[in-house]
Design a protein around this ligand. Structure first.
Ligand code: BJW
Length: 234
């Protein structure tokens, strides 16, 4: 039985109309990372950070899953129905919900989710589809101590125990649409190199030597469905 771990990054959602982080048209061209994506930035100016994520949250419903999200969901569906002998786990760095809306169920959000908040007082992580401000009360404990449920720099990514287990068990590791500069995700390929084949699907070649067995360049909506077709047929 094949065991595949797919690591996705912002590039897989780019053709759904969501901006990537880095690069010419990136989200961070207009923002200083340290003002938004750190716990210190949130402490210094929570309103600015809440507004940044309110804006992303408001734009999310207009984005639809694309052919790459759907192709990955189809593999999981084929496994569930017994048409394909294998397991495909998606570990996503993305905070959008496009994998779920495409129909994937085995999705691990290592950097959190835009549609959740976290109460720093009671720990509740309510689903949240509207705006949040520094005085918004937690629905459970009523304290104004909510923050985006997103992993910022210097914080521990979520679900690392289950991610490490799936990486240790996999025989194929596939990265899609990620620049490979943010750890620990950037180190996954090295951690599996001794026991798994590795593939990178990206729009452009990485700047340094790629630590992958195979690199497939092009838009994810073309390259990923072509790969999953071969996978399901082969
Ligand atoms: C397409 C495409 C198309 C476009 N088709 N492709 C020094 C050395 C090593 C590590 C560190 C260091 N100093 C600090 C660290 C640690 C730090 C880190 O890695 N920093 C680096 C920047 C140096 N990491 C952390 O702090 C993490 N925590 C941590 O390490 O805890 C300790 C620990 C110890 C032991 C075990 C485990 C943990 C936390 C990282 C949190 C990252 N959070 C963010 C923000 C959340 C979302 C938000 O605010 O909006 O997550 S940062 C941001 O980058 C976001 C993303 O998930 C993440 C990765 O970005 P991604 O997805 O790769 O996007 P891009 O834009 O960079 O790339 C897109 C790619 O797609 C490009 O290559 C395009 O070509 C391609 N593309 N269109 C195919 N159509």
């Amino acid at each position: 039985m094949r065991r595949i771990v797919v690591l996705t990054g912002a590039g897989i959602s780019q053709e759904s109309g969501l901006q990537t982080f880095r690069g010419a048209d990136g989200l961070w061209n207009n923002e200083h990372i340290e003002h938004i994506c750190t716990p210190q930035g949130f402490r210094r100016d929570p309103l600015r950070v809440d507004r940044f994520y309110n804006d992303l949250r408001a734009r999310l419903p207009a984005a639809q899953p694309n052919a790459a999200h759907l192709a990955l969901a189809a593999v999981e569906q084929a496994a569930r129905s017994g048409r394909w002998q294998g397991q495909l786990t998606i570990v996503t760095q993305n905070i959008d919900d496009l994998h779920e809306r495409a129909g994937s169920q085995d999705v691990i959000h290592m950097h959190g989710e835009l549609l959740r908040l976290r109460c720093t007082r009671c720990g509740m992580t309510p689903v949240w589809r509207t705006d949040c401000y520094p005085d918004t009360p937690c629905p459970a404990c009523h304290a104004p101590t909510l923050r985006p449920d997103i992993v910022w720099f210097g914080e521990m990514p979520y679900h690392m125990d289950i991610i490490e287990k799936r990486l240790a068990e996999c025989d194929l590791f596939v990265a899609i649409g990620t620049s490979g500069v943010v750890y620990p995700a950037a180190g996954f390929v090295d951690s599996v190199a001794a026991h798994a084949d590795t593939m990178l699907f990206n729009l452009e070649a990485p700047s340094g030597p790629a630590p992958f067995d195979q690199t497939i360049l092009g838009p994810a909506t073309h390259t990923v469905p072509a790969w999953t077709r071969d996978l399901l047929e082969g």
